[in-house]
Write a protein that binds this ligand. Structure first.
Ligand code: NDP
Ligand code: 2IT
Length: 449
C-alpha cells in the first residue's frame, strides 16, 4: 500500500489533494488485497490511480470591455471500466490538476456505487464566474466547449455541473456542442427540463444526502424529525439539503459561502430558503445579505487561512458539509463532537480532512463519506442519460422514488461491504471497498486495460 502512495507522490509531488483521496481509499482496501492476490499481481493499484486520459487546453475569451483573457481547461477521463466517463465540471480559481484528479478518482468509486453503468471523470477550469456578466460567462463556455467537444459524447464522456457550473453554464455549453456537432444528444446532464433535462436533477444531490442520513439514523431507530442541523455552503447542494431537511421536520441553523456563515437560531424556514435561492441563484449575491433581511440571524466572517471554521461550533445533532473539500478540520471535528453532533453526512466531495475523519471514526458517530452520501446527484444524472436514450421524460415521483431506492441501496452496500471485510459500521471503508471491488473486477474482466 505504501508502495503505491510513494509511487504517485514521486510521480506528481505537488498533487496534494489527489494524494489525499488515494490515501483514503488505499487505507481501507488492504483486506480486499489480502483476499485477492491477483489484484497486486496485475498491478491494479497502479492502473486505477492513473487516469486513462488527461486533456488540458487553452481557453481564450473576451470580456465585455474587449480585453482578452486566457484560462486553462481540463478534462480528466479517469476510468471507463463500467461505463462512459461521467462527472461534473468545476469553474473556480482554485481548479488545477490535483483537485480535478482527486474529484475524478472519487467519482469512479462513487459512480460504481450508484448501481448505474457510469465510469468516472471530472473537468473544469480556473475561470472564476464570480462578478462576470452573463455574456462573459457565455463566451467563456463557448470557447471551453469548442475544445471539449472533440473529446466528449453521449457514449464516451458525459459532463455535468459542479462548483460554479449550474443550469446557466450547462445551457451555454450544450448550445455550443449542438452547434459544433449538429447533434441533439444527451452529451451533458443537468440540462433544463424543456430540452432534455430530468426532473429532480437539481434537487438530487441534496435530497440524496438527506435520504442517506435518514438511512443511517434508521439503523438506530431514529429519524431526522426534530433534529438540529448545521449545513455549510449555500449553492446547489446546500440549498436542496436544507429543503429536504425542512420537509422532514429538521431545523437547519447555518448556511455559508466562502466569505462567512449565518447562524439563525430560529431555523431557516421555507420562506428564508426561498430568499437564499433567489440571492444565490438569481442575484448571485453573498450570504452576508441574509442578516439584512433577517436581523435575528448572526453573520460571521470566516478566514480561509484559519485551521477551523466557527460554523461547526454550535450545538446540533447533524452536520452536512456541502461547500467544498477540506472544510472540516481536526479542531472542527472535535467541536462537532463536543457540541453533540453524531451524524456527519458529506454533501461535498472530501470536505473532511483525514484528521477530522479519524475523530469521527474513533467516536463511532454516523459518518457518511461524500462518495456515498452525495452520489444522488450523479445517480440522477445517470437517470437523465437513460431518459435521453429512450427519448422519454419520467414524472417527478418516478425519478424521486428511483433516487430514494438508489440511496437505500448504496447505504446497504456500504454496510455489507464493511461487515464482510472486518470494518463493521464504518461507512467510509464500506464505500471504498464496494466501489473498488466493482471497478477493479470489471478492469480484470477486460484484460490489460
Ligand atoms: P455551487 O457552486 O452551487 O456552490 C458552492 C458553494 O460552496 C457556495 O456556497 C460557495 O461559496 C461555497 N464554496 C465554494 N468553494 C469554496 C471554498 N473554497 N471555501 C468555502 N466555500 C466555498 O456548488 P455545489 O453546491 O454544486 O457543490 C458543492 C459541493 O458539492 C462541492 O464539493 C461539489 O463537488 C459537491 N457535489 C456537487 C454535486 C452536484 O450535483 N452539484 C454532486 C456531488 C457533489 P461562494 O459562493 O463564496 O463561492
Ligand atoms: O461530484 C459529483 O458527483 C458531481 N458534481 C455530479 C456529477 C454528475 O455527472 O452529475
Amino acid at each position: 500500500m505504501s508502495d503505491i502512495l510513494e509511487l504517485i507522490k514521486a510521480r506528481d509531488p505537488e498533487q496534494k489533494e489527489f494524494h489525499q483521496a488515494v490515501q483514503e481509499v488505499m487505507g481501507t482496501v488492504q483486506p480486499v488485497l489480502d483476499r485477492h492476490p491477483e489484484y497486486r499481481q496485475t498491478a491494479i493499484l497502479e492502473r486505477v490511480t492513473e487516469p486513462e486520459r488527461v486533456i488540458m487546453f487553452r481557453v481564450p475569451w473576451m470580456d465585455d470591455q474587449g480585453q482578452v483573457h486566457v484560462n486553462r481547461g481540463f478534462r480528466i477521463e479517469m476510468n471507463s471500466a463500467i461505463g462512459p466517463y461521467k462527472g461534473g465540471l468545476r469553474f473556480h480559481p482554485s481548479v488545477n490538476l490535483s483537485i480535478l484528479k482527486f474529484l475524478a478518482y472519487e467519482q469512479v468509486f462513487k459512480n460504481a456505487l450508484t448501481t448505474l453503468p457510469m465510469g468516472g471523470g471530472k473537468g473544469g477550469s480556473d475561470f472564476d464566474p464570480k462578478g462576470k456578466s452573463d455574456d462573459e460567462v457565455m463566451r467563456f463556455c463557448q470557447s471551453f466547449m469548442t475544445e471539449l467537444s472533440r473529446h466528449i459524447g453521449p457514449n464516451t464522456d458525459v459532463p455535468a455541473g459542479d462548483i460554479g457550473v449550474g443550469a446557466r453554464e450547462i445551457g451555454y455549453l450544450f448550445g455550443m456542442y449542438k452547434r459544433l456537432r449538429n447533434e441533439f444528444t444527451g452529451v451533458l446532464t443537468g440540462k433544463s427540463l424543456a430540452w432534455g433535462g430530468s426532473l429532480i436533477r437539481p434537487e438530487a444531490t441534496g435530497y440524496g444526502s438527506v435520504y442517506f442520513a435518514s438511512e443511517m439514523l434508521a439503523t438506530r431507530n431514529e429519524t431526522l424529525e426534530g433534529k438540529t442541523c448545521l449545513v455549510s455552503g449555500s449553492g446547489n447542494v446546500a440549498q436542496f439539503t436544507t429543503e429536504k431537511l425542512i420537509e422532514l421536520g429538521a431545523k437547519v441553523i447555518t448556511l455559508s459561502d466562502s466569505s462567512g456563515y449565518i447562524y439563525d437560531e430560529e431555523g431557516i424556514d421555507r420562506d428564508k430558503l426561498e430568499f437564499v435561492k433567489h440571492l444565490k441563484n438569481i442575484r448571485r449575491g453573498r450570504m452576508k445579505d441574509y442578516v439584512d433581511k433577517y436581523p435575528g440571524a448572526v453573520y460571521t466572517q470566516t478566514d480561509a487561512a484559519s485551521d477551523h471554521n466557527p460554523l461547526w461550533n454550535h450545538n446540533a445533532d447533524c452536520a452536512f458539509p456541502s461547500a467544498t473539500e477540506n472544510e472540516v478540520w481536526k479542531k472542527d471535528a472535535s467541536n462537532l463532537i463536543s457540541n453533540g453532533v453524531y451524524v456527519v453526512c458529506e454533501g461535498a466531495n472530501m470536505p473532511s480532512t483525514p484528521e477530522a475523519i479519524d475523530i469521527f471514526l474513533d467516536k463511532k458517530i454516523l459518518y457518511a463519506p461524500g462518495k456515498a452520501a452525495n452520489a444522488g446527484g450523479v445517480a440522477v444524472s445517470g437517470l437523465e442519460m437513460a431518459q435521453n436514450s429512450m427519448r422519454l421524460s419520467w414524472p417527478r415521483e418516478e425519478v424521486n422514488s428511483r433516487l430514494m431506492m438508489i440511496m437505500k441501496s448504496i447505504h446497504q452496500t456500504c454496510l455489507n461491504a464493511a461487515e464482510e471485510y472486518g470494518h463493521a459500521g464504518n461507512y467510509m471503508a464500506g464505500a471504498n471497498i464496494a466501489g473498488f471491488v466493482k471497478v477493479v473486477n470489471a478492469m480484470l474482466d477486460q484484460g490489460l486495460v
